[in-house]
Write a protein that binds this ligand. Structure first.
Ligand SMILES: [Zn+2]
Length: 469
């Protein structure tokens, strides 16, 4: 293309918005540091169409706060035989990064229904509601008829642009995050038809499972078979798969609904004993199917069980599911062309902490050993608390298994067992979400639109813009 002034001005603005620009601007040691680097010149020749993706993949690590990302990075590195801290996750290499404010319209610490509505549909809403406008309470929402006026879902926007749509989750496909791709519900708990009984009267609302069956989603892969009636399964206008082999054997020319577990799919740590596909297999399978669509595709891929392991204060399973997400993103990056925007984010954080001055390379699931100031290596003895007891690097601010002075003394054998539940400070029956910002990583055309500190609903708004809304 010819660079005219208008283009230069517009592209300069884009470049100013771009972290990639600042990363490639390190020419201070050059005697000609007023000149542009080669990569900046390439950036400046990009047109608007170069910056509009054909395909969009949104990865959501449910509950993958920043402490989970750091611990996951070290865990994966240590599984590779490294000390761990230096490891890079597949999305650590993405050029664009943003911090995301996750609060719901009526909640300081959010849930997945309100946050997924923000990420995917582009507006914040009440805690516990899926793709319905915020309102004072359930009674008001119902008075307006199952939530009142609803905005377009990401599936609607993708279909308006003639794109194929994929919904992938290791949770139930009717769970809050995947539901936000295709459904509207005044309560995330109305997954099955029978759950409509939680409403005060028959309002004529549709369950989330019924809405998936009648949606325009082309490929839906995950768990949740028990949320669907036999009549709903019979009404699906395509193929049903119940294991990995049936998924790969499914005909390419009709919609596919993969329901690989009665409820949520297995934790990655337990998947080897099942016939369930991995998150990476579901992702690349769907990308391959959609590659033949000349208009492209939009996919949401959720690592849904990081959240569940955290709620149970079982860091091992949470980190194994981060590993599965890391592998799925790596596989997607390897397969995607330069026409694909890939986002990796979380809906919210958890009260998961990594603390205590452990030595470099200390087992991330282990007890803390400090740095020996004489040798520079690990101290021979564990670090001890005020009661003279060792403690783990990883912990939770609340949940079951509260740590008390008379708690059993921990050993490395105990705490590095896959089933160990880390200790907590505030005694709750289940660990909770946390309210601090989460990260968003972006690469591909349009990635420059994601940077700085963003409201979570701006993600969905920018996805809508990229789909020509
Ligand atoms: Zn949760």
């Amino acid at each position: 293309m010819t660079l005219n002034f208008a283009n230069m001005k517009r592209l300069s603005t884009l470049l100013l918005l771009s972290t990639a620009f600042s990363q490639t601007a390190c020419v201070a040691d050059s005697p000609e540091n007023t000149k542009l680097s080669d990569s900046q010149r390439i950036e400046m020749t990009k047109t608007e169409s170069d910056l509009t993706p054909k395909n969009i993949i949104v990865f959501i690590g449910d509950g993958m706060g920043i402490s989970t990302i750091t611990a996951g990075r070290i865990f994966i590195g240590q599984e590779k035989g490294q000390t761990g801290e230096e490891n890079q996750l597949s999305f650590d290499k993405f050029p664009q990064l943003a911090l995301i404010k996750t609060y719901n319209t009526n909640a300081q610490v959010p849930d997945s229904a309100g946050t997924a509505t923000a990420i995917l549909s582009g507006y914040k809403t009440n805690i516990g509601t899926v793709n319905v406008r915020p309102n004072k309470n359930l009674k008001n929402m119902l008075a307006e008829g199952c939530g009142g006026e609803t905005a377009a879902t990401l599936t609607d926007k993708a279909k308006a642009a003639n794109k194929s749509v994929g919904v992938i989750s290791t949770a139930r496909l009717t769970h809050a995050t995947p539901a936000a791709m295709y459904a509207h519900s005044v309560s995330r708990d109305i997954e099955a038809d029978k759950d409509l009984a939680i409403l005060p009267a028959d309002m004529g609302c549709a369950s989330i499972s019924a809405q998936l069956i009648s949606s325009d989603v082309d490929v839906a892969l995950g768990g949740g078979r028990k949320e669907f009636t036999d009549a709903q399964i019979a009404a699906w206008p395509g193929t049903i798969a119940s294991d990995a082999a049936q998924m790969t054997a499914a005909p390419q020319d009709q919609p596919l609904l993969g329901l690989f577990n009665r409820s949520h799919m297995s934790f990655e740590a337990d998947r080897a004993e099942t016939k369930e596909p991995s998150l990476a297999e579901m992702t690349t399978y769907t990308m391959d199917r959609f590659a033949s669509d000349p208009d492209g595709y939009v996919m949401m891929v959720e690592a849904g069980r990081i959240d569940h392991a955290h709620h149970g204060t079982n860091a091992y399973r949470a980190l194994k599911d981060v590993q599965a997400l890391d592998e799925a993103v790596a596989a997607a990056v390897a397969k995607a062309g330069d026409d694909t925007l890939i986002l990796v984010t979380a809906d919210h954080s958890h009260v998961f902490t990594m603390a205590g001055y452990p030595v470099r390379g200390n087992p991330i699931l282990g007890l803390v050993r400090g740095v020996d100031q004489e040798t520079g290596g690990a101290e021979t003895e564990y670090s001890l608390d005020q009661d003279g007891k060792p403690y783990t690097t990883l912990g939770y601010q609340n949940g079951p298994n509260i740590r008390e002075a008379d708690s059993d003394t921990l050993t490395d054998n105990i705490v590095q067992s896959p089933d160990f539940r880390q200790q907590t400070a505030v005694n709750l029956s289940g660990e909770t979400h946390a309210g601090e910002d989460v990260a968003l990583f972006a690469t591909g055309p349009g990635a420059h639109r994601f940077s700085g500190v963003m409201e979570q609903d701006e993600i969905g708004q920018r996805l809508g813009d990229l789909l020509g809304e």
